[in-house]
Design a protein around this ligand. Structure first.
Ligand SMILES: *Cc1c(COP(=O)(O)O)cnc(C)c1O
Length: 400
C-alpha cells in the first residue's frame, strides 16, 4: 500500500515547483505563485479519479471524516453508526463534533453488517459511517437500502481502499460523502492530508468554508471574505498537495502492482481448505492494498503468525488484540478518558460500550490474518513469499 515506496522524479518536480515560488498556502498569494495551484490541481485530479463532482482537500483523513459529517449537519447529540473494526480515527472524528459513535458488528466482508446497522438505529441516528477496511468493501447495496429506508446519511471512509470499486463506482463515491486519507502509509501519500468527496454542492461548499475558518472564499481579496458560519483550520498545504499530485498521477500503476501481488498471494492459498477469504460483495473489486484471509481459530492464527515471522514473512497481523484497530482494546474509549470534560449526553450515549456483545465481530477478527501488500515487491519476490506462506500454514494445520 504505501505510495512512499516508489517516490521519484515526479514527486520531486512537483515539490520543487512550490519551493521555487515560496507559496506554501493553498489560498491567495495570486501574484507570487507563478501559476502554481497544487491543491486546486490535486482536487481536479481527484474529481476525475473518484468520479465525484466536488472534492475538498483537508489536513488528514481524520479531519476528512469530521469535516464530512459537519458539512452534512451532524453535531451534538447525534448518533453515528460505525464498525467495531476500523482505526481509532473513526470515533475521534465523531466525538470531535460532540456526536455519539454507536459501534456495531462487522461481517465476513470485514465491514459493517447491514442487519447490525438496522438494529442499532434510534431516533437520534443521523448517519451511518461505513469503513472500507483493508482495500475492500462492505455490502454497499444493503447499507444504502437501510440508509434510504430510515432517511440516514451514508458516509464512506475509504482511507484504506483508494482505487477499489463497487459495481464500477470508486469506493468513496457511493455514499453521500466519501473520505480519504493520504497519510504517510496510504496508497497515495502526501505526508499528511485527506479529502472529502461529494456530489452535493451544499455539502461541498460547507466543507470548503468549514475547513478554512468559515471563510466564504468569495472574490480575490482574502481580507474581505465573510463568514457564513464558524469554521476551523483543517487546510492542506501546497507542499503536501504537490506530493499528492505526483502520486495521484501514478495511481493506475500502483493499483496494477497491488492487484498483481494480491492475486499471486490468493492463488497460493486457494487450495488449502481451512483457509477462507474475506467476502468481496458481488460487483466489487479490491484495491489490493491488503490480503485478508481467515483460519479456523485464534490458536492456529497465532501459530501461523509465529511461523511467518520465523520465516521472514513480515507485514502480516491479527487485529484481535490490536490497540489501534479493534474495539476490544479501546479501553480509553470505554472508560471515557477525555482530556477535557465531555457532555453528559455523550457520556450516557457511550455507556453501552461496557456491556454490548461484540462476539460476532470477535469471531471474524480473531480468525483473520491481514497482510499489507507492498508496491516495491517484484513479481518473483511475491511468488517466493506466497509459497512460503502456504508452507507455513500447512505445517501449522497438519503437523503436530
Ligand atoms: C488512516 C486512516 C484514517 C485516518 O487518516 P489520517 O490521515 O491518518 O488522519 C481514518 N480511517 C481509516 C480507516 C484509516 O486507515
Amino acid at each position: 500500500m504505501p505510495g512512499f515506496e516508489l517516490f521519484g522524479e515526479l514527486e520531486r518536480k512537483e515539490v520543487n515547483d512550490v519551493l521555487d515560488n515560496g507559496v506554501l498556502m493553498r489560498y491567495g498569494f495570486d501574484g507570487m505563485r507563478n501559476g502554481h495551484w497544487k491543491a486546486k490541481e490535486l482536487e481536479a485530479a481527484l474529481q476525475h479519479t473518484f468520479q465525484s463532482k466536488h472534492v475538498q482537500l483537508v489536513s488528514s483523513g481524520t479531519a476528512a471524516v469530521s469535516v464530512a459529517l459537519a458539512s452534512a449537519g451532524v453535531g451534538a447529540g447525534d448518533e453515528v453508526i460505525m464498525p467495531t473494526f476500523t482505526f481509532v480515527a473513526s470515533f475521534e472524528a465523531i466525538m470531535m463534533l460532540g456526536a455519539i459513535p454507536v459501534l456495531v458488528d462487522i461481517d465476513d466482508t470485514l465491514g459493517l453488517n447491514p442487519d447490525a446497522v438496522e438494529q442499532a438505529i434510534t431516533p437520534k441516528t443521523k448517519a451511518v459511517m461505513v469503513v472500507q477496511m483493508c482495500g475492500s468493501m462492505a455490502h454497499m447495496d444493503a447499507l444504502q437500502a437501510v440508509c434510504n429506508k430510515h432517511d440516514l446519511l451514508l458516509v464512506e471512509d475509504a482511507c484504506q481502499a483508494i482505487g477499489g470499486t463497487y459495481k464500477g463506482k470508486p469506493l468513496g463515491s457511493i455514499g453521500d460523502l466519501g473520505c480519504f486519507s493520504f497519510d504517510f502509509v496510504k496508497t497515495i501519500t502526501c505526508g499528511e492530508g485527506g479529502a472529502v468527496i461529494t456530489n452535493n454542492k451544499d455539502y461541498y461548499l460547507n466543507a470548503d468554508h468549514y475547513s478554512d475558518h468559515g471563510h466564504d472564499h468569495i472574490g480575490n481579496d482574502r481580507g474581505a471574505e465573510k463568514h457564513p458560519f464558524i469554521g476551523y483550520n483543517f487546510r492542506i498545504s501546497e507542499l503536501h498537495a504537490a506530493v499528492g499530485l505526483a502520486q495521484v498521477k501514478r495511481l493506475p500503476e500502483f493499483l496494477e502492482i497491488q492487484r498483481r501481488n494480491l492475486n499471486i498471494l490468493k492463488e497460493a492459498l486457494a487450495d488449502i481448505p481451512e483457509v477462507t477469504f474475506r467476502t468481496i460483495p458481488e460487483g466489487g473489486e479490491e484495491s489490493g492494498a491488503f490480503f485478508n484471509f481467515f483460519l479456523p481459530n485464534l490458536e492456529i492464527v497465532n501459530k501461523v503468525l509465529k511461523g511467518f515471522s520465523d520465516n521472514g514473512i513480515d507485514v502480516c497481523w491479527n487485529y484481535y488484540n490490536n490497540n489501534w484497530h479493534y474495539i476490544k482494546e479501546w479501553n480509553h474509549l470505554k472508560d471515557l478518558k477525555s482530556l477535557f470534560p465531555i457532555s453528559k449526553e455523550v457520556k450516557d450515549g457511550l455507556a453501552y460500550l461496557k456491556t454490548k456483545d461484540f462476539s460476532k465481530s470477535d469471531n471474524y477478527i480473531s480468525r483473520n490474518i491481514s497482510c499489507l501488500i507492498k508496491l516495491s515487491w517484484t513479481e518473483e519476490q511475491v511468488k517466493v513469499r506466497a509459497s512460503k506462506m502456504a508452507e507455513v500454514i500447512k505445517s501449522a494445520l497438519y503437523k503436530f
